[in-house]
Design a protein around this ligand. Structure first.
Ligand code: URA
Length: 434
C-alpha cells in the first residue's frame, strides 16, 4: 500500500477503505510514514471530511493501536462518562458516586488538564494521599468492592491518537468533527466500558463554540459509540460561563463534596443529576433517563452517593477526613478579591479568560511539564444574571505565589461584563441525543 495514493484519493474527495485507514494509522504510529505525508492526509481530511463509516474505521484503527481494556471481570454494565472539556467541570466526582450508589459500576480513566481546561486526574491529586495510578487488578477489585474507581489514563491507550493529535495540533487540523470524534471515541472505546454518556460543551469556554458544531460532533460521537455496540447518549450543554463557582483543583473537589452533601450550586447540581440519570439509564438500572434522574436525586438526598465517594477516596488511599474538614486540603497563602466597578447585572462571562486566569494563578499548566499549585484557583461570587452593586466582590483568586495571584486577578476582572439590564437566563442543557 502506498501513502501517496491514499493522500491523492482523499485530496480528490474519494472514500478511504478499511485497509487504507488501517495502513495509515499503523504505519504512522510505527514511525514508517513521515510527518509531512501524515499532515497532508490530515489536511485533505480536514477539507473533504470522512463519512460515518470512514470515521468509525479510523476510530477503530486508533482504538486497536494500543491496549483495549477488558473489564469483563466486573459484573454488570460498566458506564463511562466523558466531557469535551471546559472550565469548572467537576461533574465526574459527583456523577460517578451517584451512579455507583444506584448500582452502576464505574471503572473510569481520566486525563490531566492543559491550557485553560482542568483535568480530573489533577483534581484528584489535590486529595491528600489519593493515588491515581493503580495496577489493573487493584482497579478491578475496587470497582467490584466499592462500585467505582477513577484512574489516570495510561500511555498504552490509543497511542495512535497521541501521535496524530500532536500532529493535528501543529498543523491546524484539530477542528474537524470526524477527527475529533475518532480521537475522543478511540480512547473511550479502548477503556472498556459497555455504555457511554457524552457531555458535549458549547459556548465561549468550549472547544467548539457554536451549538451547531457541538451538535454535529455530539451526533457523530453518539453514532460511532453505537456503531461499536456501546449504548451511547450525548448531551449538548452550556459552557458560556464556568460550571459551578469553583475553578482550580482542591477548590473544585471541595465544591463537588458540597454538591454531594446537597449544598452545591444549582447548575452543577442540575447537570450532575441529568448526567447521572443518563448513566443509570444506559447502565440498565432505570427504564428511562427521567427515572434515572429520580434515582440520582434520591442517592443525593439519602447520603448514599456521599458514602460511595467516601469509599472511592479510601479505596485509592485518599484521606477521607477531608470530607468533613476542608482545611486538610492544600491551602493558599494569598487571596485577592476582584470587585465590580459598576452597578447592574452580570450580562456575560468570558469563560476562557476565567480558565486562563485560573491557570495563571497556578492551578493549571501551559505545557505538559509544568507543575501545578493544588490550592490555586478562583471562586466566583457572581454568575450570569446576578445583580451587582459597585464594590461587590465578583470573584476571589487563591494561590501560593503572590505575583501569580495578582496577575490572575487583573485578568479575571476583564472576564466580567456588567450591564444595567438583566440578561436572558442561560439554558444549561440544550439537547439530548439518544
Ligand atoms: N480532545 C481530544 O481528545 N481530541 C480531540 O481531537 C479534541 C479534543
Amino acid at each position: 500500500m502506498n501513502m501517496l495514493d491514499i493522500i491523492y484519493k482523499k485530496r480528490d474527495g474519494g472514500k478511504l477503505s478499511n485497509e487504507e485507514i488501517r495502513f495509515f494509522v499503523q504505519s504512522y504510529t510505527d514511525g514508517e510514514i513521515p510527518d509531512y505525508q501524515a499532515s497532508a492526509l490530515l489536511m485533505a481530511i480536514y477539507f473533504n471530511g470522512l463519512d460515518r463509516e470512514e470515521t468509525y474505521l479510523l476510530t477503530t484503527a486508533m482504538k486497536n493501536s494500543g491496549d483495549v481494556i477488558d473489564l469483563s471481570e466486573i459484573a454488570g454494565i460498566k458506564v463511562d462518562k466523558h466531557s469535551t472539556g471546559g472550565v469548572g467541570d467537576k461533574t465526574t466526582f459527583i456523577v460517578a458516586p451517584i451512579a455507583a450508589a444506584c448500582g452502576v459500576p464505574i471503572a473510569k480513566m481520566s486525563g490531566r488538564g492543559l491550557g485553560f481546561t482542568g483535568g480530573t486526574v489533577d483534581k484528584m491529586e489535590s486529595i491528600p494521599g489519593f493515588r491515581t495510578s493503580l495496577e489493573k487488578p487493584e482497579f478491578i477489585n475496587l470497582v467490584n468492592n466499592a462500585g467505582l474507581s477513577v484512574i489516570g489514563q495510561t500511555a498504552h491507550i490509543a497511542p495512535a491518537d497521541k501521535k496524530i493529535y500532536a500532529l493535528r495540533d501543529a498543523t491546524a487540523t484539530v477542528e474537524n468533527v470526524s477527527l475529533i470524534t475518532s480521537s475522543i471515541m478511540s480512547k473511550k472505546l479502548a477503556s472498556g466500558s459497555d455504555a457511554i454518556v457524552l457531555d458535549v460543551k458549547c459556548g465561549n469556554g468550549a472547544f467548539l463554540e457554536s451549538f451547531e458544531q457541538a451538535d454535529e460532533l455530539g451526533q457523530l460521537m453518539v453514532d460511532i459509540g453505537n456503531d461499536d455496540g456501546k449504548k451511547t447518549i450525548g448531551l449538548i450543554t452550556d459552557m458560556n460561563q464556568p460550571l459551578g463557582n469553583a475553578i482550580g483543583n482542591s477548590l473544585e473537589v471541595i465544591e463537588a463534596i458540597e454538591t454531594l452533601k446537597g449544598k452545591g450550586p444549582f447548575d452543577i447540581t442540575e447537570l450532575s443529576l441529568v448526567l447521572a440519570g443518563a448513566m443509570i439509564y444506559v447502565g440498565g438500572k432505570a427504564s428511562s433517563m427521567e427515572e434515572g434522574r429520580k434515582m440520582a436525586e434520591d442517592a443525593l438526598q439519602n447520603g448514599s452517593a456521599l458514602e460511595k465517594f467516601k469509599a472511592f477516596l479510601s479505596g485509592q488511599g485518599g484521606d477521607v477526613r477531608v470530607i468533613d474538614d476542608y482545611s486538610l486540603f492544600p491551602q493558599a497563602a494569598f487571596v485577592k478579591h476582584v470587585t465590580s466597578e459598576e452597578t447592574g447585572y452580570v450580562s456575560g462571562i468570558e469563560t476562557r479568560v476565567v480558565g486562563f486566569a485560573s491557570q495563571h494563578s497556578g492551578a493549571g499548566r501551559a505545557t505538559k511539564e509544568d507543575s501545578i499549585d493544588m490550592a490555586a484557583g478562583i471562586d466566583l461570587h457572581k454568575k450570569v444574571g446576578d445583580e451587582v452593586a459597585l464594590g461587590d466582590v465578583l470573584a476571589t483568586v487563591y494561590g501560593n505565589d503572590l505575583a501569580k495571584v495578582e496577575l490572575a486577578a487583573v485578568e479575571l476582572k476583564k472576564a466580567f461584563y456588567i450591564h444595567k439590564d438583566r440578561p436572558q437566563a442561560i439554558e444549561l442543557i440544550k439537547k439530548i441525543i439518544v
